[in-house]
Each structure stands twice: as C-alpha cells, then as structure tokens.
Design a protein around this ligand. Structure first.
Ligand SMILES: [Fe+2]
Length: 189
C-alpha cells in the first residue's frame, strides 16, 4: 500500500492559489488510489487474460502519475533558495549546458512545447550526463536509467486555474518556487 503524502505545507506558495494547489493534491491522491487498486487487483486476476494485459499496461501510467507528482511537489518550497554556485550540481549544469542561464532557457523552452506532460532534468549517473526531457502524459519518452532531479508539471490542471492558457507565466512562478536544495540532494544521492 502506498500512502498518499500530505503537501499542505505548500499552501500559500507565491504564484499558486490555494484552490489550484488543493485541486492538484486531490488529483495526485487519485493516482495513489488507482495504484493501490491496480496492485491489489493484479493479485487476483487470471494471468494471460485480456483484462490482465490491460491492467499491466495501465499500471505504469498510474504509477508514474503518482511518482512524478510527488517529485514535483517535493521540489517546490515556500523558502526556495537558489542553487549554490559552489556546489557539484551547478558545476555539472554549467559544464553540460555552457551556463546556468542556457540550462534555464532550455528547461523553460521544453516546458513551452505543445502538449501535456512533464519536463524533467534527468541525470544518468554512470556517464555523468544531464538531460532536459519532455515526458508525454506520464509514461512516454522517459529516459530509462536516469534519475529525475527537477520535475515540472505542464498538464493544464497545474496552471489553468491561475493563469488561463499563459503557460509561460506559470513556468515563471514555478521557477521562482524551486527548492534547489532538494534538487541538489537528489543529485548527490
Ligand atoms: Fe499534475
């Protein structure tokens, strides 16, 4: 059983109304419920049946929807701090993208792409490589073997209540609310 995590400490986050955040928490809770339901159901289903196959296909979508929302809420903070310029992650980002500003531009541009999904700064540890990744829905185009360091939700429910269709304005608020300490922590782990 996966427990739904509580992110109410984020209420009052600058650039995010409480209504938007509360709806988003509820939506996240739906993924957790479905992950638990599917996990339980798969125990009793007849293996090899059509229903079994469909349920197996569905599981990744629900699981990733749950996981990515947790990563997203956890890389936001009311006490956001910039990334330390003396840290390893800053060094890695500037090596990879040329400068931190270039990385920011790339991340925002990925978020501005048409469609619904996620933008992820992903890290492949073995070769020490960083990627800015577009994930369609929750489950398409993930880079296998990478770890998400920074996760941004660009489904319409993440911003439309507060920003209408002005996704760039939402991305601006998201950028200001990033908890870089958390992101660095994921990188160092
Ligand atoms: Fe979302």
């Amino acid at each position: 059983m996966h427990e739904t995590k509580n992110y109410e400490h984020l209420l009052g986050l600058v650039g995010f109304s409480d209504t938007l955040l509360k709806n988003h928490f509820t939506l996240y809770g739906g993924y957790v419920t479905n992950v638990n339901k599917l996990a339980e159901k798969s125990e009793t289903m007849e293996m090899g049946s059509v229903e079994y196959a469909e349920l197996k296909r569905r599981f990744g979508w629900e699981w990733n929807g749950m996981f990515l929302h947790e990563q997203y809420f956890e890389n936001l903070s009311k006490q956001s701090v910039p990334l330390s310029v003396d840290g390893e992650l800053y060094k890695k980002i500037t090596e990879r993208f040329g400068s931190f500003e270039k990385f920011e531009k790339d991340f925002r541009a990925t978020g501005a792409m048409r469609g619904i999904g996620w933008v992820i700064l992903a890290y492949q540890k073995e070769e020490g490589r960083l990627f800015t990744v577009w994930v369609n829905e929750h489950d398409v185009e993930h880079l296998a073997g990478t770890t998400p360091l920074l996760v941004m939700d660009v489904f319409e429910h993440a911003y439309i209540t507060d920003y209408g269709i002005k996704r760039a304005d939402y991305i601006e608020s998201f950028w200001r609310a990033i908890d870089w300490k958390k992101v660095e922590e994921r990188f160092l782990k």
